[in-house]
Design a protein around this ligand. Structure first.
Ligand code: ZN
Ligand code: ZN
Length: 599
C-alpha cells in the first residue's frame, strides 16, 4: 500500500497549504507565517495575524486561492545555506527560529525532532517562497480548484510550537481532494463528525468533564460516564477470566531505576513527567505497566508447566502531552490501559498470539466495531532507537506474520511502526463515518525478559528465558470510549448506556406507579430513571431522546389500569403498550446478551 506521505494527494494538500499562505499574505502583508503541513484529510497553516478573521476574509482567501491555482504556477525548489535562508526570511521570526533548528540539526522545518540530516531548501510558487523540504506538485495546475476548501471557520488557534508559554497563532485548516465530488463527500462527513464530537456528546450525556483547577488533560468521570466505563471493564474482565487471564494490581509510581532497566527511561523521557525525590531515591509516575507486571512474574519460580502466565490489569499510566496537543478524551495526560502481559515458552508463542487476535476480534464484534484491519509494525532498519538482537527481531516478526496469516487477517506490514522492544500487530478500526482509529495492539517481546533476566525451568530441567506478549485491546479506555461515543453518536447499545430505561409518568398521579415499575426494572439489573419534572409529556420525550436513552416507558391512567407500559425507542419508533413483566423480561434479555438491537 502506498504511504500517504508518498501520494499525489499529500503533495496536492501540501501545495494547497502554500497557496493558502500566499493568499493570506496578499491580504495581510504584515502577517507572520509559522508552519503549514499536510495532515490527514487536509492541511493547515499557522499565522500571526493583525486581527481576527471574519467569514468574509476566509471566503475572500478561498476565492483568491482558486485564482492562484488557475494561473498555473510552477513550484520551484532551491537549496540554500542557513545564511541565505535567514536573509530570505529576515522579516519572518518564526521561520528564523526554524532555520536555527535546521542549522543545529535534529529539528526539521516543522519544528519536529528528526534523525535525518536536514538540507535547507525553499519552494516558491508565484510570489510566495516558503522554507520547505517538499514534496510538492510540479505546478498548481495539478490542483483541482473546485476540490479545495477552507474547513475550519470557527476561531481556531494553536500555540507556536505547541508551547503554551509562546504566542497563540491563528490556525486555518483547509482540505484538498482530486475531485469536487470527493470534496463534497468529505465536507458532509465533517458536518456529521461535528455532531458526533465526543466532547459535545460527553457533555450532553453527562459522561465526563474537565476542570482547569484539577488540571488540563485530566478527565473527571461523572456518574453516567463511570457507569459506561465500568460496563466496559466488567465485560472485558469476564471475557478474560474465561480465557485464562488472572487479575493483578500494581501502584501508580515506581523508582526511576526500574525504567532505566526496562529501557523506557530515558527513551520515553520527553513523554514522561519529571522524576521526584522520595527519601533520596528518584521515583516517577508510571508511564507503562510492563515493568511492574514483570516483577510479579519474577516473584515466583516458574516451570514450563505453569506457562503461559497471563496477567491483566486496568492500569493507569501518565504521559506528558503538550497542552496544545490535548484533545478531549483522545489525548490526555493520564489514562487507563486494559493492559495484559503473557509470559510463554517459544513453543507457545504462536498459539498465544493467535488467541489474542481471536480475543480482539471477539471484543470488536461484540461492540459492533466490525470494520477493521490489521497492521504489522516492524523496525525501521535504518534507525537505532530499538533494543535487542537482529535475530530476536526477525523471530518475533515472523511469529506475528504467521499468526496473522493463520487467522486470515487483512494486514499490511509497515516499517518503523514497531515498539522499541519488539514488533507488533495493531488493529485499526473504521467507525460509522469510516474514520480510522488505531485501537488494539499486540506486541512480541524478547528484550524485556532478557533485561530483567526472566526465567522458567524447562522440561529439560534447565533455565530458559520466556517470551512476553504485551497486549491492550481497548488500548486507552479514555480514547476507546471517545471512539465508541463518536461511532454510536451517543446511542450506545443498551447494555452500555448509562440509563437504559427512562420512565415518563404523564402526570404526578402516575409517579407512584413509575416507582413501582422502577423497582421491578432494578430488580432485573436494569438502570432506570424517572422523569418527575413538571414538563409536559412531549418535553419529557424530547429530553430522553436527546439523552439517547434506549427505551422510554410512558405511563398514564390506562397503562396503570392494565398493568402495562407504553414503550418508545430513541429512534422514535413506538412499540405500543405491553405488560410490565413482558417489557422487563425483554429488556433484561437484550441487556444480558449484549445485543446491539433494542427490539
Ligand atoms: Zn511546505
Ligand atoms: Zn507492556
Amino acid at each position: 500500500m502506498e504511504r500517504y506521505q508518498d501520494s499525489q494527494l499529500y503533495r496536492i494538500r501540501h501545495s494547497t497549504a502554500h497557496v493558502m499562505a500566499q493568499a493570506v499574505l496578499e491580504k495581510f502583508p504584515e502577517a507572520k507565517i509559522a508552519i503549514g503541513p499536510p495532515i490527514e484529510d487536509g492541511f493547515y497553516y499557522d499565522f500571526d495575524l493583525p486581527r481576527a478573521l471574519t467569514d468574509e476574509d476566509l471566503a475572500e482567501i478561498e476565492q483568491r486561492m482558486r485564482a492562484i491555482i488557475k494561473e498555473g504556477h510552477e513550484f520551484v525548489r532551491k537549496e540554500v545555506s542557513a545564511a541565505e535562508a535567514r536573509a530570505l526570511f529576515h522579516d519572518q521570526p518564526h521561520k528564523i527560529e526554524l532555520i536555527d533548528g535546521l542549522e543545529q540539526g535534529g529539528i526539521d522545518e516543522y519544528g519536529e525532532k528528526t534523525d535525518e540530516a536536514v538540507v535547507i531548501s525553499t519552494y516558491t510558487q508565484d510570489t510566495f517562497e516558503d522554507l520547505c523540504r517538499g514534496p510538492h506538485v510540479a505546478n498548481t495546475s495539478e490542483i483541482n480548484p473546485d476540490a479545495i476548501s477552507i474547513t475550519f471557520k470557527a476561531p481556531a488557534g494553536a500555540y507556536w510550537r505547541g508551547d503554551e508559554n509562546r504566542e497563540m497563532l491563528t490556525r486555518i485548516y483547509g482540505t484538498a481532494w482530486e475531485s469536487a465530488e470527493q470534496l463534497e463527500e468529505y465536507l458532509e462527513l465533517l458536518e456529521e463528525a461535528k455532531k458526533r464530537d465526543h466532547r459535545k456528546i460527553g457533555q450532553d450525556l453527562g459522561l465526563f468533564t474537565f476542570s482547569t483547577e484539577v488540571g488540563k488533560g485530566l478527565p473527571l468521570w461523572k456518574p453516567n460516564g463511570a457507569v459506561l466505563r465500568d460496563a466496559l471493564e466488567r465485560y472485558l474482565r469476564d471475557v478474560q477470566l474465561g480465557r485464562g487471564y488472572v487479575p493483578i494490581n500494581t501502584p501508580h509510581i515506581a523508582r526511576v531505576a526500574l525504567y532505566e532497566r526496562s529501557g523506557h527511561y530515558p527513551y520515553y523521557k520527553d513523554s514522561q513527567y519529571s522524576p521526584f525525590d522520595v527519601e533520596g531515591d528518584l521515583f516517577m509516575l508510571k508511564p507503562m505497566n510492563c515493568p511492574h507486571h514483570i516483577h510479579i512474574y519474577k516473584d515466583d519460580l516458574h516451570s514450563y508447566r505453569d506457562l503461559p502466565l497471563r496477567v491483566a490489569e486496568f492500569g493507569t499510566v501518565y504521559r506528558y502531552e503538550k497542552s496544545g496537543e490535548l484533545h478531549g478524551l483522545t489525548r490526555v495526560r493520564g489514562f487507563t490501559q486494559d493492559d495484559a502481559h503473557i509470559f510463554c515458552t517459544p513453543e507457545q508463542l504462536e498459539d498465544e498470539f493467535i488467541a489474542v487476535i481471536d480475543l480482539v476480534e471477539f471484543i470488536f464484534n461484540g461492540l459492533g466495531l466490525s470494520d477493521y484491519r490489521a497492521r504489522v509494525g516492524i523496525r525501521d532498519p535504518e534507525s537505532d532507537k530499538y533494543v535487542g538482537s537482529d535475530d530476536n527481531w526477525e523471530k518475533a516478526a515472523a511469529a506475528i506474520i504467521a499468526a496473522a496469516e493463520k487467522r486470515n487477517l487483512t494486514f499490511t506490514v509497515e516499517e518503523g511502526e514497531a515498539a522499541f522492544y519488539g514488533p507488533k500487530l495493531d488493529f485499526v478500526v473504521r467507525d460509522a463515518l469510516k474514520r480510522e482509529w488505531q485501537i488494539s495492539t499486540i506486541q512480541v517481546d524478547y528484550n524485556l525478559p532478557e533485561r530483567f533476566e526472566l526465567e522458567y525451568i524447562g522440561a529439560d530441567n534447565e533455565r530458559h528465558q520466556p517470551i512476553m506478549i504485551h497486549r491492550a485491546l481497548y488500548g486507552s479506555l479514555e480514547r476507546f470510549i471517545a471512539v465508541l461515543i463518536e461511532h454510536y453518536a451517543g446511542a450506545f447499545p443498551a447494555w452500555l448506556h448509562p440509563t437504559q430505561v427512562w420512565l415518563i409518568p404523564i402526570a404526578d398521579r402516575h409517579l407512584e406507579y413509575a416507582e413501582d415499575v422502577t423497582a421491578q426494572l432494578e430488580a432485573a439489573g436494569l438502570r432506570a430513571h424517572i422523569d418527575n419534572s413538571q414538563n409536559r409529556m412531549g418535553g419529557k420525550i424530547a429530553i430522553a431522546t436527546q439523552q439517547k436513552v434506549p427505551w422510554m416507558l410512558i405511563m398514564g391512567d390506562r397503562d396503570i389500569k392494565n398493568g402495562a407500559v407504553s414503550v418508545r425507542l430513541r429512534s422514535g419508533e413506538d412499540l405500543g403498550a405491553m405488560p410490565v413483566a413482558d417489557f422487563v423480561a425483554k429488556a433484561q434479555e437484550i441487556v444480558e446478551s449484549k445485543s446491539l438491537e433494542l427490539a
